[in-house]
Every structure is written in C-alpha cells, then in structure tokens.
Design a protein around this ligand. Structure first.
Ligand code: NAD
Length: 343
C-alpha cells in the first residue's frame, strides 16, 4: 500500500490491444486522473491512440513510461506471460501498479511482486474486475445477510466461442474470474482444488475445463469455462437451504433473480419405507440494480486507493492467492483431475 497522493494523477497504460483502450477511456474520464502515456509494441495500436487521443504520448518501449518521474502509476494490460517482468520493472522504478488478471503465471512470481510492492511502499492492485461488478457485490450482500441460509454450492458458467488465447488456457483466462468471485463472496480461499479439461483446438492449451473448489465448511464451487461453445453465457447459480440466486451478467434487466425456493423439512417416510423431501415453491424477486461499468468502478477504486492510501479490495495479495488456486487447478488438470490440497 502506497502513501496518499493528492494531486491529479498521471497514468501510463502499458499494452493497448483489445482491453487496454478501455483503461485509456476510463482513466481519461475522471477529473482527478489523466492518461499521460500509452505503450504498445505494435505501431498500429499506437497510431490508434495518436488518432483518438492526440494529447497522450506514445512509445514502443514501456521503460520510457516508468522512467518518467511525473508518472504516478501504470496500468499493465499486456498478455499474462509478460506481466511478471513489467510489474517488477514498474515497482522497482517506484510506480504504483494496476495489473490485469491473472497477476502472473507462477505463484512465486506473484509473491515476489507483493513483497517488492511492500518494500517500495507502492500500491499493487490486480484487475479482478468482477469484484467491482454491482451484481456480484449484491450477491455478496445477500450471502452475508444470511437470508439465503446455509450455502450448499455455487455453479458458474463462463463460455463463448472465443476469444482464443495463445499464452494461457481457458482456466487461466476465464476461470481466473470465477475463482476471484468465489473467494470474494466467501472472504476466503479454497482448501482443495480439482480440474478436468481438454485441448480440442491445439495441443497443450485447454479450451474447455471444469474447475471445482472446495471451501472450508463443505461449500462446493464449480466453474465451467470454455472458449468452444456456441453461446455466450456469464452466469452464477448460488444454492442455499433457504433461497437460491441466479446472477446473469448478460441480462439487462433481471441480472439477479432471487428464488424463494427450497427443500423443506426432514425426509418424509411413507408406509412403504421410501421417502421424499418436499420442494417449497415461492416468489421470484428481481431486485433493481443501478448498472454501472465494472471496469470504471475498478479504475475509480484504484485512483481512490492511491489518493487516500487505502489497500485495494483486489490487492497484490488477493491476486497472488488467485494465482495459487490457478496453479493448483493446472496441476490437477495435468494429473487427470486429482484433488490438490492447498492447506
Ligand atoms: N478483466 C477483464 O475482463 C479482461 C478482459 C480482457 C483482457 N484482460 C486481460 O488483459 C490483458 C490483455 O488482454 P488483451 O485481450 O488486451 O490482449 P491483446 O493481445 O489484445 O493485447 C495485448 C497488447 O499488449 C501489447 N504488448 C505485448 N507486450 C508488450 C510490451 N512489452 N510492452 C508494451 N505492449 C506490449 C501487444 O502488442 C498487444 O497490443 C490480459 O492479461 C488479459 O487477461 C482482462
């Protein structure tokens, strides 16, 4: 966590492919931050920035940005395989860092970055953007309030046709979101992890996977991730003993649906020795949510943390623990789904 900063913050964006321009747009939209620099290896991407934002300086070499003493913070939106070195160089140069998810490909790298940020007294935040999604925040509120009762399990579906990545598989690319959401909802990390998947399009890069996290207290959280599916689905089902909730990030109006359904009472035994549990039907409640762009909320949180010297919700340590879970899922994938104990 860094020292509080009061002035208008100067931001450098490193990596401006598909996702980076969203960071440029958001950090340019606040009265107390401005994008001073953008770096990308690709000249076409720099031309795009020059044409769209003539006031922003551009460079092919991110070291130009971190060498500028006027830059307060950098946002790293390059492929995951490059994060470790760029974050390390940026922290070493005394910059605060917001790095896209997942933080690194190996947990020892993330741990080293967390220690370096502490040593340099700089903020390290990871772009686990779903923690800043109003639907996920509301879901957490419902779980914390106890109104859905004892949680039995969660199931998340994050599938689409593409976008297909080269440097990471679908677990690192997509399940990183679900893992971050599950851990945020419960304020804890899983004790055990297992994963099954397959490489259909290319050797050694899993396109499809089923990742299961086991939390203390017996809660099971499962994520189905795929970039080889005909439909785009972004959904989490939470099943409690009192209520059940479906969060559908693709829905515009009924993002959250609370089902007042459960299974009642003790098993009922009939004269014939068989038993049945009784389903209890109830209302479906659709709370009104003020939808806001999650990435904008995340960018705002980063600026607020820098200005007020606060620790981000998705700080470096959170990002490091997500990488530990991803690493365990990868080990399980390579080991035929064997359970990996993280305790
Ligand atoms: N939070 C989210 O929902 C979300 C969504 C998309 C992507 N991401 C993350 O954002 C990151 C980037 O994803 P993307 O889809 O934009 O990838 P991309 O491949 O489209 O863009 C990456 C860009 O980084 C540039 N680059 C690579 N090495 C560089 C270097 N050393 N210096 C400067 N530029 C460099 C490339 O030229 C490219 O333009 C990934 O970590 C990804 O996981 C997050």
């Amino acid at each position: 966590m860094g020292n509080p900063v009061k002035k208008k913050l100067k931001i450098g964006i490193i990596g401006c492919g598909h996702w980076g321009p969203n960071h440029v747009r958001n950090f340019s939209s606040f009265p107390d931050s401005e994008v001073a620099w953008v770096s990308d290896l690709n000249e076409e991407r720099l031309k795009f920035i020059r044409d769209s934002y003539p006031g922003i300086r551009v460079s092919k070499d991110y070291r130009d940005i971190i060498a500028d003493p006027l830059v307060d913070a950098v946002v790293i939106s390059t492929p995951t395989s490059t994060h470790y070195q760029i974050v390390k160089d940026s922290l070493a140069a005394g910059k605060n860092v917001l790095c896209e998810k997942p933080l690194t490909l190996r947990s020892w790298e993330s741990e080293e970055l967390v220690r370096l940020a502490e040593e340099k007294r700089k903020t390290l935040m990871v772009g686990h953007v779903f923690l800043y999604n109003i639907g996920v925040q509301k879901l957490k509120e419902y779980i914390n309030s106890g109104s859905i009762g004892k949680i039995y399990y969660l199931h998340s579906t994050r599938v689409n046709l593409g976008p297909i990545r080269n440097d990471v598989n679908a677990v690192w690319d997509l399940a990183s979101h679900d893992i971050s959401i599950f851990c945020y909802l419960f304020d804890k990390f899983p004790e055990k992890v297992s994963a099954n998947g397959n490489c259909f399009l290319r050797d050694n890069i899993e396109d499809v996977a089923f990742v299961s996290l086991m939390f203390s207290g017996g809660v099971l959280a499962n994520a189905h991730v795929s970039w080889l599916d005909p439909r785009k689905v972004r959904e989490i089902v939470v099943v409690g003993d009192q209520k059940m909730i479906v969060w559908n990030d693709m829905a515009l109006e009924d993002t959250l649906r609370i089902y007042e359904k459960s299974v009642e009472g003790e098993p009922y035994y009939s004269d014939f020795g068989d038993f049945q549990l009784l389903p209890k039907e109830g209302n479906v409640i659709v709370p009104k949510l003020k939808l806001m762009e999650p990435l904008k909320n995340q960018s705002r949180h980063f600026i607020d943390c820098l200005k007020e010297g606060k620790r981000p919700i998705s700080d470096g340590e959170f990002g490091w623990k997500v990488v530990r879970v991803l690493e365990a899922a990868q080990k399980s994938l390579s080991d035929g789904g064997k359970v990996v104990d993280l305790r």
